[in-house]
Every structure is written in C-alpha cells, then in structure tokens.
Design a protein around this ligand. Structure first.
Ligand SMILES: NC(=O)c1ccc[n+]([C@@H]2O[C@H](COP(=O)([O-])OP(=O)(O)OC[C@H]3O[C@@H](n4cnc5c(N)ncnc54)[C@H](OP(=O)(O)O)[C@@H]3O)[C@@H](O)[C@H]2O)c1
Length: 209
C-alpha cells in the first residue's frame, strides 16, 4: 500500500520504519527537508514534496496536534483520502489534555479538513513501543484502538495496522476519540508520572476461566 507519513519525529520515524519493513511503499514529509531526507534514508522510505505526499492511499499524521490540520491543509486537495490521526492534544508539560469531554483532537481535525476519511488510532502506543516492535507479555500483539465514522476507512487502516504487527480493536465512531485521547493521557501519566516506564501499553484482557 502507498502510505505517506507526515512528521519525522519519534512516531513518524517509527511508523515509516515498520511500514517499510512490512513491504509498504512509504513517503515521508517533514517541515525540514534535510531531516526528512536523512530519516527517509535511514528507514528505507522516500522523502517527498507535499504534492506527492497527498497522492498516498493512506496518510499518517505524526505531528503535534496543533500542527495537524495546517499540515494536512498544506497537502492540497485531500477529498476522500484516508487519514490516520495519532495525535494527542497534550498540555505543555505532557500531563494533561488541552481539549476533551465534549470534543477531541480527531473531531477537530475532521472539522478543519472537510472531506477526509479520518481514523483515530495508535495514539495510545508509546513511541518506544512502536520502535521496539515488542509484543505484550504472553505474546499478544500490541493493540491499536481504531475509531472512525467511516467503516471502509477503518477497515483499510485495520489491515494496515495488522500488516505491521498490531492487534486491532474496533473502538467505535470518531466521537470515541475522546476516550482514546484520555486513555493516552492516563498511559502517559502511568509511563512518566508514575514511573512505570514506556515499555507498557493499554490492553483489555478477558478474565481467567
Ligand atoms: N511519542 C509518543 O510516545 C507518542 C505516542 C502516541 C502519540 N503521539 C503523538 O504523535 C505525534 C508526534 O509525536 P512525536 O513523539 O513523534 O513528536 P516529535 O518527536 O516531537 O516529532 C514531531 C514531528 O512534527 C514536526 N512538527 C512539529 N511542529 C510542527 C509544525 N508546527 N508544523 C509541522 N510539523 C511540525 C516535527 O518537525 P521537526 O522535526 O522539524 O521538529 C517532527 O517531525 C504527536 O501528536 C503526539 O501527541 C506520540
């Protein structure tokens, strides 16, 4: 599948590397062209222009929430494009969310860029977990919780997620991004605030017996 990753930081690099490893054709777009070229070379992706990034079947948004809608708009016409929003609308100290309860980063991005097919997901996965490709204790794949109002787009992203080693959990409509972003907030608190570290990931497990 042709996938564009927007952002060349921890998550952008991690996604690009896993997607390339799984055999996808990966384009990387960063605001710093030299850095994008360097990261692309390192992971086996291709650094591209905004116009070329817009041509992918799936676009992964790996920039801060505040930069997400502007970064998408800079790609031009994205009508009908599947976009994966992995952002968390974090406060400056990373210990809170700037929006929530009555909306979410995903819903705001969808409103700001009409016509895209937005899927919320992977925002509960620490960059270190994405990069390490480790599994959950016991051998399960790390879950990717996906929320979207577009069933076809969610199915496309679910296939993509499985292809790079995630277990997909259908988290319902895009409105449930409000829960996923709050869940990521708890994950960050547990990882950093409560010193569990970043080698953890939220998993729902059935009870024994
Ligand atoms: N790190 C995690 O564990 C984690 C987990 C789940 C979700 N997320 C979410 O994933 C997204 C990316 O996180 P990250 O950890 O990869 O962050 P990061 O390492 O700081 O990388 C952010 C990327 O976004 C670019 N960027 C920053 N401000 C921008 C702007 N105003 N316009 C355009 N591009 C801009 C940066 O460009 P430069 O390279 O030029 O600075 C960089 O390529 C965030 O929304 C975050 O909440 C992160």
């Amino acid at each position: 599948m042709k996938v564009s990753v927007i952002g060349t930081g921890n998550m952008g690099r991690g996604f690009a590397a896993r997607l390339v490893k799984a055999g996808h054709s990966v384009s990387l777009l960063g605001r710093d062209a030299a850095k994008a070229a360097e990261v692309a070379k390192e992971v086996g992706a291709v650094a591209v222009s905004a116009a070329d990034a817009a041509k992918a079947e799936v676009i992964v948004l790996a920039v801060p929430y505040d930069a997400a809608a502007p970064a998408l708009k800079a790609l031009g016409d994205l009508k009908g494009r599947v976009v994966v929003d992995i952002t968390n609308p974090l406060t400056a100290d990373y210990m809170g969310l700037t929006i929530g309860h009555s909306t979410s980063a995903a819903e705001e991005i969808a409103k700001a860029v009409p016509g895209i097919k937005l899927v919320k997901g992977f925002n509960t996965v620490f960059g270190q977990v994405l990069a390490s490709c480790q599994k959950v204790e016991g051998g399960r794949d790390v879950p990717a919780y996906l929320a979207s109002d577009d069933a076809d787009a969610k199915a496309v992203v679910a296939d993509l997620a499985r292809s790079i080693g995630f277990a997909v959990v259908d988290a319902g409509g895009l409105k449930n991004a409000r829960y996923l972003e709050a869940l990521a907030g708890l994950n960050i608190y547990l990882g950093y605030g409560a010193d569990l570290g970043t080698g953890v990931t939220p998993v729902w497990l059935p009870l024994a017996g």
